[in-house]
Design a binder for this molecule. Structure first.
Ligand code: FE2
Length: 352
């Protein structure tokens, strides 16, 4: 019989850069000529957002945000070390990294032998990395092909026709997976020796190619007709997680199931003019998770996910489905809310 640990965390790119540039996504949006002038003026922002921005463009708030996030990453890492998994499965999105115009699977089991990535070659507007690593630094992690083949087989047999791959297409390892491992070894002391089994979910759906899974260009909004087909439905991601838990319960392995994403993203939240996330919507789902009220999750519509800029939260639906299947509530849970650092970040640990 297999054993399962559940963990939810963030892969927030801002944690990989210095305090001065942690609010880089907001700074970029504020410079967008397509953003109406009234939203560029902090006087028109919510009071909590103004307070975080302060008098130093969020630098002081960034140091606190980093401390709060790292405390949670340390807890997640400790839970994984204590559990001693054979491998770590990570549900993550692909933001026009490995999957592009030639193929966008709804779900893909990345059953590689090994993973290699050079994340600092693609920093873009985020600037330089906080570790002072050279741009061409290579990160290498072991994969788990046997577990990937086993999972793809079991999911297909259970009626989930997932894609699978034995090697990357365009990109070694997307940041949803890589950052999760990097941030659980943030101080570079213990290293990261657990094999990783990444499961890609097409979270960005209608905007995965149309917006290249990133910040919008507000002066050139994507026309309705240019949007891509949608992501898989939240309930389907939830059910996929439940099927994954069933698969690994009947396996020989100790498996850590990790959901990797921040929640509502400012740059996807049109109703907040793309400058701050939907903190209320995140709070509702976070409260339901803490209470183990998974029906609230399964009943969540894709429409409400898109309206609240919660596309990346789709990585957490399989975790919620898996924990529902196992009859577990979180043993530890934290929601770290912010207005200026793009997204709320939730963390959760579900011990066996
Ligand atoms: Fe992401």
């Amino acid at each position: 019989m297999g054993e399962i640990l559940g963990v939810g965390l963030s892969h927030y790119p801002g944690l990989g850069v210095k305090d001065e540039t942690m609010a880089a996504a907001l700074m970029k949006t504020l410079k967008d000529p397509g953003l109406p002038d009234e939203y560029k003026n902090p006087e028109n922002w919510p009071p909590q957002m103004r307070a975080e921005w302060g008098t130093d463009n969020g630098k002081t708030a960034a140091a606190k945000h980093r401390t709060d996030l790292l405390e949670q990453f340390k807890k997640a890492r400790a839970a994984i070390d204590e559990f001693k998994p054979d491998f770590v499965l990570i549900w993550g999105d692909d933001q026009y990294e490995n999957f592009k115009e030639d193929c966008i699977p709804a779900f893909c089991v990345l059953a590689y032998e090994k993973h290699e990535a050079q994340p600092f070659k693609h920093m873009g507007f985020l600037g330089t990395n906080v570790w002072g690593d050279p741009e061409d630094k290579v990160f290498s992690y072991q994969g788990h092909k046997a577990a990937g083949k086993y999972l793809a087989s079991s999911l297909i047999e259970q009626g989930f026709d997932v894609a699978y791959a034995y090697k990357p297409l365009h990109h070694g390892l997307g940041h949803a997976f890589l950052n999760a491992a990097m941030y659980m070894d943030y101080d570079r002391k213990a290293g990261w020796n657990y094999p990783i089994l990444p499961i890609q979910i097409n979270d960005y759906g209608r905007r995965v190619i149309a917006q290249k899974g990133g910040l919008p260009d507000l002066s050139k909004p994507v026309a309705e007709g240019d949007l891509d087909p949608p992501s898989p439905m939240p309930w389907r991601c939830f059910d996929l997680g439940a099927a994954t838990a069933r698969a690994f319960k009947n396996s020989p392995w100790r498996v850590a199931l990790v959901a990797s994403s921040s929640w509502s993203h400012a740059f996807l939240t049109a109703k907040n003019h793309w400058i701050y996330p939907d903190v209320e919507a995140d709070k509702r789902l976070s409260d339901a998770l803490a209470a183990g009220d998974y029906q609230v999750w399964r009943d969540t519509t894709l429409e409400s996910i898109e309206e609240s800029g919660q596309q990346e939260l789709m990585n957490w639906f399989p975790l919620a489905g898996a924990m529902d299947e196992l009859g577990r509530k979180p043993d530890e849970h934290a929601l770290i809310q912010t207005y200026i650092f793009n997204s709320s970040k939730c963390f959760a640990i579900f011990r066996p």
